[in-house]
Design a protein around this ligand. Structure first.
Ligand SMILES: N[C@@H](CCC(=O)NCCCC(=O)O)C(=O)O
Length: 251
C-alpha cells in the first residue's frame, strides 16, 4: 500500500496571552485526513527563518486555509487597512513565498478563503478589503453572532464554469456554497482560469493551469463538515490524488 502523501498546512500566528502560538483550525486538518486521505503537517509561520525551499522538501502538497486575518494590502498595492483590521504578517511572510515556490515546483496547491486571496495576490492580483461596500456586490460575510452551523450553512449559489475542474467534479453548473469573507477579488491574477462566479459577478474560484499540476482556489469553505458534502469530498479527494501522484514522482 503506497504511503500517504504529506500535505503542509501553514499556520496562523496568534497571541494566546501572553505567548505567541502557531495554529491551524481543526476542521482544515480533518479535511486533509478524511477528504484528501493524506497526512497533515502543520507548518510554523516563521517567515524567512524557514526558507520556502526547505519547507517544500518535507511535503507533497500545500493547503492554504482561511483565517479571520487579512493579507496586508502592501502585498498587492492596496491602500492601508482601516484601523482595527486584523493582520497576520508572520503568516503572509510564510505563505506568499511558499505558494510561489510550490507552484514553480509543480506541487499541488489547494487554497481556501484567505488562502484563495493569498494565491490571487501571489499571482499578481488584488483584493477589495470590504467587498460588500463595492457597488454591485452583495454581502459575503457571516454574522459572527450566529451559531457556527448557521455561519457555515449554504449562503448563495455559484455558477461553475463549463470546462473547468469544479464543473467536472460537481457534474453540474451550479452549487450552493457557504460564505464567510469580507475581502474579495478586485483584480483577478493573470493566467488563471475562472472556475466559479457568484450571482453578483464576484469571482469565487479559480485554477492555475500553467504549472501542469493541481492548483485550485475557492473563496468558500469546503472543509466544513467535509464528509457530509459530496462536492467538497470530490475536491479534497482530487487534491489528495494529485499530492499522491506528486509524491510518487518526487520521493
Ligand atoms: N479575512 C479574510 C478571509 C476570511 C476567512 O478566511 N474566513 C474564515 C475564518 C474562520 C475559518 O477559518 O473558518 C476575509 O475577511 O475575507
Amino acid at each position: 500500500m503506497c504511503a500517504k502523501p504529506v500535505i503542509g498546512i501553514p499556520s496562523d500566528r496568534r497571541i494566546v496571552e501572553p505567548h505567541p502560538f502557531h495554529m491551524v483550525g481543526e476542521k482544515y486538518i480533518s479535511a486533509i485526513v478524511d477528504g484528501a486521505r493524506s497526512l497533515p503537517v502543520l507548518l510554523p509561520a516563521l517567515g524567512g527563518r524557514l526558507p520556502a525551499g526547505e519547507l517544500l522538501t518535507a511535503i507533497d502538497g500545500l493547503f492554504l486555509t482561511g483565517s479571520p486575518s487579512n493579507v496586508e494590502p502592501h502585498h498587492y498595492g492596496g491602500s492601508p487597512s482601516r484601523s482595527g483590521t486584523l493582520h497576520d504578517p508572520a503568516r503572509d511572510a510564510t505563505t506568499l513565498p511558499l505558494i510561489d515556490a510550490a507552484l514553480a515546483a509543480g506541487m499541488p496547491v489547494f487554497a481556501v478563503c484567505r488562502g484563495f486571496q493569498e494565491l490571487n495576490v501571489v499571482l499578481g492580483g488584488s483584493l477589495h478589503p470590504f467587498v460588500h461596500e463595492v457597488p454591485g456586490y452583495h454581502v459575503h460575510k457571516e454574522n459572527p453572532a450566529d451559531p457556527l452551523d448557521v455561519q457555515y450553512a449554504p449562503a448563495h449559489p455559484v455558477k461553475l464554469v463549463e470546462g473547468g475542474l469544479l464543473h467536472a467534479l460537481a457534474g453540474r453548473g451550479s452549487v450552493m456554497v457557504n460564505s464567510l469573507h469580507s475581502q474579495g477579488i478586485a483584480q483577478l491574477a493573470s493566467d488563471v482560469r475562472i472556475e466559479a462566479l457568484a450571482d453578483d459577478g464576484l469571482v469565487e474560484a479559480f485554477s492555475v493551469d500553467k504549472y501542469n499540476s493541481f492548483a485550485l482556489a475557492v473563496q468558500w469553505h469546503p472543509e466544513w463538515r467535509v464528509t457530509e458534502n459530496e462536492f467538497s469530498m470530490a475536491m479534497f479527494s482530487a487534491f489528495g490524488d494529485a499530492c499522491r501522484d506528486f509524491a510518487q514522482r518526487h520521493r
